[in-house]
Design a protein around this ligand. Sequence first.
Ligand code: ZN
Length: 365
Amino acid sequence: MTWRMRAAVLRATGAPLTIEEVSVPVLGRGQVLVRMQLAAVCHSQKLEVSGARGPDRFLPHLIGHEGVGIVEEVGPGVAKVQPGEQVILSWIRGSGTAADPIQYQSSQGPVHAGPVAVFCEMPVVSEQCVTRLHPAIKPEAAVLAGCALPTGAGTILSMSPTDPQGAVCIIGAGGVGLAAVCGAVLAGWPMIVAVDLRVARLERAKALGATHVIPAGAEPFERAARELTRGAGFDVVVECAGARSSMEAAVRLAKPRGGRTVIVGNLPMGETIQVNPFDLIAGRSLWGSWGGNVAPDTDLPRMARWAQEGRVPSSLLLGDRFPLTAVNEALASLDSEEPGRPVLDCAAPIPQRSAASSAREMAPA
Ligand SMILES: [Zn+2]
C-alpha cells in the first residue's frame, strides 16, 4: 500500500513553492511516517526558498524542519517511537537511526527530502528527527519545540549560570529571539534587553518578560543598549536577527572580561562579519549555537511541557496560522509587522466518504 499526500515542493529557488500531490515510498530502515498536525515556519526556509543558501543541488525537494504530528507507521529497525504516538519533528538530531534520504514521486518525477521535511501532510522522516511526546501535550504547545524553543530559549539557558546577576541582550525579536526572551526569564536574568526594527515585536518581547526594549530603527541601537548597562556591557548577547551589522555590534556589546556573544542568526551564503581582535583580547568571547546545544531526546519534550504549562507562553510566540496551501503567504509573513512565528496547519483533510475511514482509504495510489 502506498500513500499519497499534498506537499509544498521547492522546484526552483527564487520561485514560490508549489502544492503538489506526491506518493510516499515504502518505509526503509530507520524511517518513520508521520501524520502531520502543525509545522512552523522559520527564517531558514526563507533563505532556502530565496536561494540565499547558494546553489541547491537537491531540487526539487520538500522543506520545513519543525513540527508536531502522530506516527502512522515505522520502518524496519525503528525502536524509538510506535504508531499512534505523538512526536516532535526537529532538524536537531537525537538518538536513533540516521535513515537514508527520502524520495517521493510526483507526476513530474522524483521529489527529494532530507532527514526531516515537514511542509506536507505525511512526511517520511529519519528516526533521529522524531522525539516522543506525551499525548496530553497540545500541538500548539509542542510546535515550536523543534527549532524556535531549543534555538532561542535553549541557547540562553545553556549560557546562564544559576542565579544570574547582570544583563542579557537579545538582538532580533522574531520567533527565535522571542523564545530567547522566554529562556532569559526562565533563567532569572534581572535585566533582559530586546532589540528589533519592528515595534509590534518589541511589544511582544515586553509581554514575554523583556525588561527593556530598543527599536533598532534610524538610530544605531548599540549606544542605547550600552547606556542601559551604564557602559559596562552585557554578560550575554544573543544575535537572532541574522544581519551582519547586528552581529558585529553584538560582539562589541558583550562586557570586557567575561562577556559572551552567541551568533544564532544566519547570513546569506558567502557573507562574512568583521571582528576587531582587540574586542576579543579584552576578554569577550564569541560563540555559536547549534540548536541551543540541547539534548533533543530529553530537552525537546521538556520545552513542549513548559509551553503546555504556561511557563513559556506559546500563544505569544505563535504568529498567524495558515493552511498548508498558503505556505507562500506564511513565508512572506516572516517579514510582516505581525509578531510571532507563523504556523502551518498540515493536517490532511478528513475523508468525505466515511467518517470512520482513514487517509489510507481516502487516497490510495
Ligand atoms: Zn528553524
